[in-house]
Design a protein. Structure first.
Length: 163
C-alpha cells in the first residue's frame, strides 16, 4: 500500500466521506449529507478515488525514477573565473609554502631540519632515522625535541604571525 497519510489513503480509508485538502492544506471531509443524493455522492467519491490514485501513481513514478537534484547541483566544468582564481590561489599558496619552508630551514640546524623533514614529511620513525644516519635513537629524539622547541619559541616571539 502507499503512504497511509497521503490524500489517496485518507480518502480510500473513509468510504462514507470524500477527504480532500483545502487551499490552506487542511483536510476537509465531505459526507453523504453534503450532497443532494447518494448517486451524486458516489459519483464524486469514485472520481476522487480515481483522481487521487492517478496523482499518487504519477508522484511515485516521478520520485522513484527521478535522479536526485544534488547530483546535478555541481557544475561539471569549472568557470573561467574559478580557473583564474584557482591558479592565483595556487601560486600564492606555493609562494607561502616556499617562504615558510625557507624560514624553518634558516631557523634550525641542518641536522634538525633534515630529521624533522624525515620524521614529519616522510613519516619515518626515530629508529629508522637513527639507523639511516648511523647514530643512536636518543640523539635523534633529542634533536627532534630541540628543533620543535626552537620553532615553537620563534613562532611565539613573532606573535604567531610571520611576515
Amino acid at each position: 500500500m502507499y503512504d497511509r497519510k497521503s490524500d489517496y489513503a485518507l480518502n480510500k480509508q473513509d468510504p462514507d466521506a470524500i477527504v480532500c485538502k483545502s487551499v490552506t492544506e487542511v483536510h476537509i471531509r465531505l459526507t453523504r449529507a453534503d450532497f443532494s443524493n447518494d448517486k451524486e455522492f458516489q459519483q464524486w467519491k469514485d472520481w476522487s478515488d480515481q483522481d487521487y490514485y492517478a496523482a499518487e501513481k504519477a508522484g511515485r513514478a516521478y520520485h522513484d525514477l527521478g535522479l536526485p537534484l544534488e547530483d546535478w547541483a555541481v557544475p561539471s566544468v569549472p568557470s573561467v573565473e574559478e580557473l583564474l582564481l584557482g591558479a592565483a590561489n595556487t601560486t600564492e599558496l606555493d609562494t607561502a609554502r616556499d617562504t615558510l619552508a625557507l624560514w624553518i630551514k634558516n631557523s634550525l640546524t641542518e641536522k634538525q631540519f633534515r630529521r624533522l623533514c624525515l620524521y614529519y614529511l616522510e613519516g619515518r620513525s626515530e629508529h629508522e632515522i637513527a639507523r639511516m644516519e648511523g647514530v643512536g635513537q636518543r640523539r635523534v629524539s633529542t634533536s627532534l625535541t630541540r628543533g620543535r622547541k626552537k620553532l615553537a619559541k620563534i613562532f611565539e616571539e613573532s606573535g604567531g604571525n610571520r611576515g
